[in-house]
Design a protein around this ligand. Structure first.
Ligand code: FAD
Ligand code: NAD
Length: 466
């Protein structure tokens, strides 16, 4: 017997579960199908949250060595990796249960199983507990997320050659971890294992790390990571990885061609990006159009098939949890006849290393390429009292404002707690603020956020503390 709903969401990640909750709030009868056995998607189970749990714990471990400088004497510090992993796993499972609670609270039906499109307005679910169930609804949302991209000829075994998923659950600290890809995952998880004692070599195809970030920030970030012990092989490609005894032989060569070299390692993390995940959804049979794996949608998240929509990592745009969530909300509101909308110009990006890197809006490179005249104001954390107190005085805040109108076009930060501070910049940009608006807003003293105010003052060459 088919069960009827107003909306069926496929995928219980940040895109899907938030869309389901918002639609239920707006009065729809909603089912959310998830096959992994837990809600929260990549983000909660093998992404944002477990990586941040390990980043937090490994930062505590690394900082414990500096405590004496603050007058805190401790005994010999040692690592209990199973306990660190247990803290991560406990946090993840508690949060996943929290989403189940939210589903109950909002009367969203949670269907545990793998969904497939089987006809207009119809989904068949292979239930995790066995058997199948047919769900029908006039609106079906695909929110099936993404999976790690792989390198041709290199098999990820999640033991020695790992994706981010394996790198979140290594049984021991490798002596040498080769990280393929100097992007967000490589640098976050490289930082985790580096802090716990591994030698980290990042092999990046391009001549710079974190493509997409402001180059000024990227260069500073690389310098700071190098000081922390991370090694970089830029403009370099991995041509193969061979298992040899207990270890690996990683063959690399210059991206432009040339002599190859072998790196001996105990583990390799492949972090060269992610690809949309649509396996076994029956997209071809349903006639849903894709472009290089991404489901093609219009600005209202409609696919080419009537009644089928898509959001999150499976469609175009940055693969970020908050982007997926906001699309989930916008789509639910559109389906309810409201004016759902996502402002893609103001989606913050954060790299949760120490220091953190965060930005929103345009980079200097983008503004130059677009021919936009801009003014830049920069303020170093070394001149911020709160950063000095906490020993985190590396990095800076940079505000980019339109030369003619002073409207803020981009804000870029590298420094302590930048991920939290970028929220203020995003809010300012969402309201169309000028740099003067930020500069004239009273910021509490002593806080890190005064650096944003000072960077805004610097746009007009009038910093007060530098
Ligand atoms: P997903 O979270 O991938 O969820 C999709 C869900 O659909 C999955 O649970 C999957 O099992 C399910 N599914 C797939 N097919 C079916 C089917 N046929 N039937 C039923 N269920 C199905 N982003 C950030 O913003 N901040 C971060 O700090 C951050 N850290 C990250 C760290 C790592 C290591 C990784 C890998 C990613 C990180 N991301 C981060 C990215 C973030 O996880 C994704 O952008 C986000 O999860 C995308 O949400 P989504 O709902 O589109 O898809
Ligand atoms: P990424 O796109 O951030 O970085 C991949 C890097 O690998 C790039 O620098 C690219 O030039 C390089 N690369 C590609 N092919 C290569 C090759 N053959 N050899 C060497 N280098 C190569 O991708 P990622 O780090 O895998 O992360 C995937 C996605 O997950 C990102 O889009 C990101 O949005 C999301 N994520 C976000 C966060 C966060 O928000 N803090 C954390 C983790 C992941």
């Amino acid at each position: 017997m088919a069960e009827n709903f107003d909306l069926v969401v496929i995928g219980g990640g940040p895109g899907g579960y938030i869309c389901a909750i918002r639609a239920a709030q707006l009065g729809m009868r909603v089912a959310c199908v998830e096959k992994r056995g837990a809600l929260g998607g990549t983000c909660l189970n093998v992404g944002c949250i477990p990586s941040k749990a390990l980043l937090h714990a490994s930062e505590l471990f690394a900082h414990s060595a500096d405590l004496a400088a603050y007058g805190v004497k401790t005994g010999k510090i040692s690592l209990d990796l199973p306990a660190m992993m247990a803290h991560k796993d406990k946090t993840v499972s508690e949060l996943a249960k929290g989403i189940e609670f939210l589903f109950k609270k909002n009367k969203v039906a949670y269907v545990a199983g793998a969904a497939k499109l089987t006809g207009q307005g119809q989904v068949e679910v292979r239930l995790n507990e066995g058997g199948a169930q047919v769900l029908t609804a006039p609106h079906i949302v695909i929110a099936t997320g993404s999976a790690p991209a792989s390198l041709p000829g290199i098999e990820i075994d999640e033991d020695k050659i790992v994706s981010s998923t394996g790198a979140l659950a290594l049984k021991r600290v490798p002596k040498h971890l080769v990280v393929v890809g100097g992007g967000v995952i490589g640098l976050e998880l490289g930082s985790v294992w580096g802090r716990l004692g591994a030698k980290i070599t990042v092999v990046e195809f391009l001549d710079h790390i974190i493509p997409g970030a402001d180059r000024d920030v990227g260069k500073n970030f690389q310098r700071i990571l190098k000081k922390q012990g991370m090694e970089f092989k830029l403009s370099t490609r991995v041509t193969g990885i061979e298992k040899s005894g207990n270890g690996l032989k990683v063959s690399v060569e210059p991206a432009a061609g040339g002599a190859s070299e072998t790196l001996e390692a105990d583990a390799a993390l492949i972090a060269i990006g992610r690809k949309p995940y649509t396996d076994e959804l029956g997209l071809d049979a349903a006639g849903v159009a894709t472009d290089r794996g991404q489901i093609v949608t219009d600005p209202h998240y409609r696919t080419n098939v009537e009644g089928v929509y898509a959001i999150g990592d499976v469609i175009a745009g940055p693969m970020l949890a908050h982007k997926a969530e906001d699309e989930g909300v916008a789509l639910a509101e559109l389906l309810a006849g409201k004016a759902g909308h996502v402002n893609y110009a103001v989606i913050p990006s954060v790299i949760y290393t120490a220091p953190e890197v965060a930005w929103v809006g345009k980079t200097e490179e983008q503004l130059k390429a677009d021919g936009v005249a801009y003014k830049a104001g920069k303020f170093p954390f070394a001149a911020n009292a709160r950063a000095r107190v906490a020993g985190g005085a590396e990095g800076f805040v940079k505000v980019l404002a339109d030369a003619a109108t002073d409207r803020v076009l981009g804000v870029h930060m590298i420094g302590p707690d930048a991920g939290n501070m970028i929220g203020e910049a995003a809010l300012a940009m969402e309201f169309g603020a000028s740099s003067e608006d930020i500069a004239r807003t009273c910021h509490a003293h002593p806080t890190l956020s005064e650096s944003l105010k000072e960077a805004a003052l610097a746009v007009d060459n009038r910093t007060l503390n530098m």
